[in-house]
Design a binder for this molecule. Sequence first.
Ligand SMILES: C[S@@+](CC[C@H](N)C(=O)[O-])C[C@H]1O[C@@H](n2cnc3c(N)ncnc32)[C@H](O)[C@@H]1O
Length: 266
Amino acid sequence: MSAKEREIVKLLAKTDREERFSAIIACIRPDVFTILDLGCGIGALTTRLAEKFPSGLIVGVDRSKYLLTKLQIKKNVLRVLSNIPDVSLKRNFFDLVLAVQVLHEILCFRGVDALVKTFRNVFDLLKKDGEFIIFDHFNPGDASISLKLPEGLLGKLHEFQSKFKLRRIVYDDLGGSRIRISMRDFYDFITKVWALNSELEEEEMRETHTPFTCKELVDFVQEAGFKVISVTSLTPIDEYLEHYGVVLETEVRLPNRHVLLKAKKC
Ligand SMILES: C[S@@+](CC[C@H](N)C(=O)[O-])C[C@H]1O[C@@H](n2cnc3c(N)ncnc32)[C@H](O)[C@@H]1O
């Protein structure tokens, strides 16, 4: 086990993710039986699903053999080691497919074709009337905002700018630790600043937390043949502002940082 894998396990076991899982579980129909959890990791959600649906069958898929070994063994859970876009399971079999915080990784590390292939595969794997639930980061847009950062965080922003690989992070230094920056660049920074100089720095700097706008996600899902039932947003970014002591100086309500989308195979 590498130090990087140990860090991922710690991250996925954080208890502050429980609230998100509850929101996801709350939108699952009570009559589902066969459930596929794509990118299940250590099974933080998979295990909750297994407890909530004791007579169901929950299949967790992940590319990491090590993370899958951390998934609690339960009699109604199966583990499958696979790259998600290539996953080969029984067609028209699942009542529900979940993709929780994994699609942005597929897009960043495998590209848009792999993402499109994933959506098509999910469509094939679901039964008619089966549901697809996506929970992920989204792009809040490029509107610019002004912020006052606490001492030290401006230096971190500069460091983030020099290390982030996906695009150029741009901001205006307004003096007095105040900056003007796009919401998109700020969201990537504030949700990834923890990774600087950690075991996960390299991976996090190659992956964005603003992969698609809600509209782009809806388009992907519809193009694969799904009917979108609902799109909501969760997790206020204010929690991060408070945590790092950032003061928003623009009069605007900042978008939440996660999207929860529910779609159906009609
Ligand atoms: C951010 S974690 C989320 C884990 C889990 N869904 C949760 O919320 O606790 C993303 C997971 O997706 C897995 N993953 C990323 N890309 C993958 C791919 N192409 N195929 C299979 N698994 C993948 C990673 O190994 C990791 O366990």
